[in-house]
Design a protein around this ligand. Structure first.
Ligand SMILES: [Zn+2]
Length: 169
């Protein structure tokens, strides 16, 4: 949980409220657009959503780059939440590289540099200095779907190999 603003955040796909996914993922961006539409705010995204019945993060980022106020406000929030969360992860895990995956990857340049700038303000300087890079996963929106079974495969392999070594000894 990041801060009190999550009290008004959207329900997460896990059933909870306050997860990063509920405010800074592809589905969260889409949900924000729907909320903006309900507020009758003028946005280029209304037309896309009405025509297609769906909305990609890339379309929201294209609208933001075209100067759409609602899309830019949404990205400002998404970037801030990601910077706060990644700063916390940086303090806990002290990684040298952070790789972002999922639908937000489609937002491209709108995210990485602004997130890095905000993290520089938020993070403990010595940890931020050690962070060499923040980049997007080459697997894009499939990274979660591929990563989860890969992790299970990796853990099962460790378990099997440990068992073998136990028997060998
Ligand atoms: Zn969740």
């Amino acid at each position: 949980m990041l801060n009190q603003q999550f009290r008004r955040s959207f329900k997460c796909s896990c059933g909870g409220r306050g997860c990063l996914e509920s405010v800074a993922s592809g589905p969260a961006i889409k949900q924000r657009v729907i909320t903006e539409m309900k507020r009758c705010r003028h946005t280029l995204l209304v037309k896309i959503l009405e025509q297609k019945g769906n909305l990609e993060a890339r379309e929201v980022s294209d609208a933001a780059l075209a100067g759409d106020d609602a899309a830019n406000d949404i990205f400002e929030e998404v970037r801030y939440y990601l910077a706060v969360a990644l700063s916390s992860y940086l303090h806990i895990f002290q990684p040298t590289i952070i790789v972002l995956g999922g639908g937000v990857v489609q937002a491209g340049a709108l995210l990485l540099e602004p997130i890095r700038r905000t993290m520089k303000q938020l993070a403990i300087p010595v940890y931020f200095t050690r962070l060499e890079d923040i980049k997007f996963s080459m697997l894009g929106t499939e990274s979660g779907a591929i990563g989860a079974p890969s992790l299970i495969f990796f853990l099962v392999n460790i378990f099997i190999n440990d068992k073998r070594s136990l028997y060998a000894e």
